[in-house]
Design a protein around this ligand. Structure first.
Ligand code: UDP
Ligand code: MG
Length: 319
């Protein structure tokens, strides 16, 4: 018996790419079914992340025209990671394997075959890794690659140049379900699940229509989320700075006492001002970082749901 594969695709304002994407994915799915690599009940599930355009009507249309297409509609925009998680968790009990990918098909769907091959070899998680970033702008490439390096320095386990194109087995998905955190950074969580893993490389293409749904502001907050969700090193660095400043202040104390005894106390206004400003600045910085972590604790302690489902075409079918 071949396994049931679900392809989960988060979509936010993707009306321009959906017709083409669905066509390509359907071809892929049919060819895999024909070769008996996956079960004929396999599906493509689009997760509508509160799109403001015609994304959801298009998904409903696709579902009506072909049972291989299905859709989940979130009540509002919850961001890429939450939309993806919604898809993974809702399909977890229906599929044997889930492959997640972006709606713009920048990730080569040809790699799906290799992913399945690696799965058959006994790997529960298969990461899709970009072999190059030629098609990305210099800015995107530079920021993304430095980010991976900084993350590694901070002790966060990440797969280099791997985005959210990956295969997860049923077991791995059950593992993922145990991570209850609200600040989701899947790239950091998945390597923590464990099991046997493999890597499949592919060439990343350009977005064929529409524009990136990750403007700089979203990218920065995503990057910051990744760091503060997985690493406490920034806090440790600050503690070290604190110790250093304390040592310097002791030396300063000895120096000023000595100056007083010797009788050279008139001058010193400059150094006083400099130290006041410096220590003030460092304190503010420390407070900022501590605040960042307290913010995290605050939102985690509320246990808010990651997403709420408005409609699930899969459920309707079963009735
Ligand atoms: N996306 C989403 N919710 C959002 C932003 C993006 O579901 O709030 C989806 C989007 O539809 C796409 C994927 O996340 O399928 C990746 O977005 P995009 O291709 O714009 O990112 P980039 O490739 O530029 O990093
Ligand atoms: Mg993209």
């Amino acid at each position: 018996m071949s396994e049931k594969l679900y392809i989960v695709v988060p979509c936010y304002n993707e009306e321009e790419v959906l017709p083409e994407t669905s066509k390509k994915l359907k071809e892929k799915l049919e060819s895999l079914i024909e070769r008996d690599l996956i079960s004929p009940e396999s599906k493509i599930v689009f997760v509508n992340d509160g799109s403001k355009d015609r994304t959801w009507p298009i998904i409903v249309e696709l579902h009506k025209s072909d049972p291989h297409f299905s859709g989940i509609c979130l009540t509002r925009n919850r961001g890429h990671q939450n939309a993806l998680m919604a898809g993974l968790m809702e399909c977890r009990n229906r599929a044997d394997i889930i492959i997640s990918m972006d709606a713009d098909l920048q990730d080569d769907i040809g790699a799906v075959d290799q992913m399945l091959e690696e799965y058959r070899k006994g790997n529960d998680i298969v990461y899709g890794v970009r072999s190059s970033r030629k098609t990305d702008t210099f800015f995107k490439r530079f920021t993304a690659e430095s980010y991976y390096k900084v993350m590694r320095m901070l002790g966060v386990e990440l797969v280099f140049n791997h985005a959210d194109y990956r295969l997860l087995s049923r077991r791995a998905l059950d593992g993922l379900a145990e991570y209850k955190e609200v600040n989701l950074f899947l790239r950091g969580i998945v390597p923590q699940i464990g099991y046997d893993t493999a890597i499949v490389t592919y060439e990343r293409k350009e977005r064929f229509a529409g524009e990136s749904k990750y403007p700089l502001k979203k990218m920065l907050s995503f990057a910051l989320d990744g760091i503060t969700s997985f690493s406490v090193k920034p806090m440790k660095i600050i503690i070290n700075i604190g110790i250093l400043v304390f040592l310097v202040s002791i030396i300063m104390m000895i120096y000023t006492l000595h100056a007083k005894i010797v009788g050279r106390t008139v001058s010193g206004w400059t150094s006083l001002m400099v130290s006041i400003w410096m220590i003030g600045g460092i304190q503010l910085l420390c407070l900022g970082v501590i605040g960042e972590y307290i913010g995290k604790i605050y939102s985690e302690s509320k246990h808010r749901p990651r997403y709420l489902i408005k409609e699930n075409l899969e459920d309707e079918e079963e009735q």
